[in-house]
Design a protein around this ligand. Structure first.
Ligand code: NAP
Length: 285
């Protein structure tokens, strides 16, 4: 029940209409009987500073940030957590004592999605893409103990920039164009797709085919709509272990939830709400 004590968390981005974060967070607030609500606001870049100041003024515990504001938002925040500093982008903001602190919970999302998997750290890890999700995936792989990364991207200059950023963190990094990704993938123990290739409605696209995917590798697709992308189907055909981007979505949300409320996130409730919102399972309620 919304009343005079309800606290407002939200998503700001442009567009935001396809987000499943409202369903995921509101289900979690309900499950823990917390007097919070989560809404989504379409905010243009020119209004970003006003939105941050407005949320501070009303005493919001914090908010999520999505495309295209994940980098621009940094200039309107008071401080950055190490995760956001390393990635160079923010997807979660916590407001405390009038100060806004930026985090990147996508890093945690990738780490949790890969936890408990049989990771072969002696082999290189490949990240396909060089945007925000790719940077978060690269930082997560380094945190997980991988010491050599291969960055494959459509625009080679951006792959080069990300590889050089990884080297500056003390790790080995190579880069290539998407056309060479298939050749270099053969030596990799894990491959993460951090491009929108295969995302609804272009579900026929894939960054790699089964013949290019090593049988003993782990394949994570950051894309979660559809749940089983063409890339994951190609990986299954190759005999690889697959991890859905839904896990990243749920755990990045869980971390944000914990930062705002101080309560342990009901991860299973959040996963079920995301699946319902994506139309994967029927809403019985
Ligand atoms: P971004 O910053 O815009 O970066 C997009 C990346 O994909 C760039 O490297 C871009 O290459 C590449 N790309 C875009 N269209 C392409 C195409 N048609 N062919 C080949 N490469 C293409 O976006 P982002 O935030 O990193 O997001 C990337 C994907 O990850 C999205 O699908 C997003 O929904 C997903 N994601 C999922 C989660 C999750 O929780 N599961 C979290 C974050 C993101 P260029 O450099 O050549 O432009």
């Amino acid at each position: 029940m919304i009343d005079a004590s309800t606290r407002l968390c939200c998503l700001i981005g442009h567009p935001v209409s396809h987000s499943v974060s409202p369903q995921m967070h509101n289900a979690a607030f309900r499950a823990l009987n917390l007097n919070y609500v989560y809404l989504a606001f379409d905010v243009r870049e020119m209004d970003l500073e006003k939105a941050v100041n407005g949320l501070k003024a009303i005493g919001s515990p914090g908010f999520n940030v999505t495309i295209p504001h994940k980098i621009k938002i940094i200039s309107f925040l008071d401080e950055l957590d190490e995760s956001a500093e390393k990635v160079g982008a923010v997807n979660t903001v916590v407001i405390k004592d009038g100060r806004a602190r930026g985090y990147n919970t996508d890093v945690y999302g990738v780490e949790e999605a890969l936890k408990g998997r049989n990771l072969t750290r002696t082999k290189p890890a490949m990240v396909i893409g060089a945007g925000g999700a790719a940077k978060a995936a690269a930082v997560a792989l380094l945190d997980l103990g991988f010491r050599k990364l291969i960055i494959a991207n459509r625009t080679i200059e951006k792959a080069r920039e990300l590889a050089s950023r990884i080297r500056s963190m003390g790790c080995e990094a190579e880069y290539c164009g998407l056309d060479k990704a298939g050749d270099l993938a053969a030596e990799c123990g894990i491959i993460i797709n951090a491009t929108p290739l295969g995302m609804h409605p272009k579900t026929g696209e894939t960054p790699l085919r089964s013949s290019e995917i090593p049988e003993d590798s782990i394949i994570l697709d950051m894309v979660y709509n559809p749940l089983k992308t063409r890339f994951l189907r190609e990986a299954e055909k190759a005999g690889a272990e697959i991890v859905s981007g839904l896990e990243v979505l749920v755990y990045q949300g869980a971390k944000a939830f914990e930062l705002w409320t101080g309560c342990e996130a009901p991860v299973d409730v959040m996963r079920e709400a995301a699946l319902k919102a994506l139309g994967v399972i029927r809403d019985e309620g």
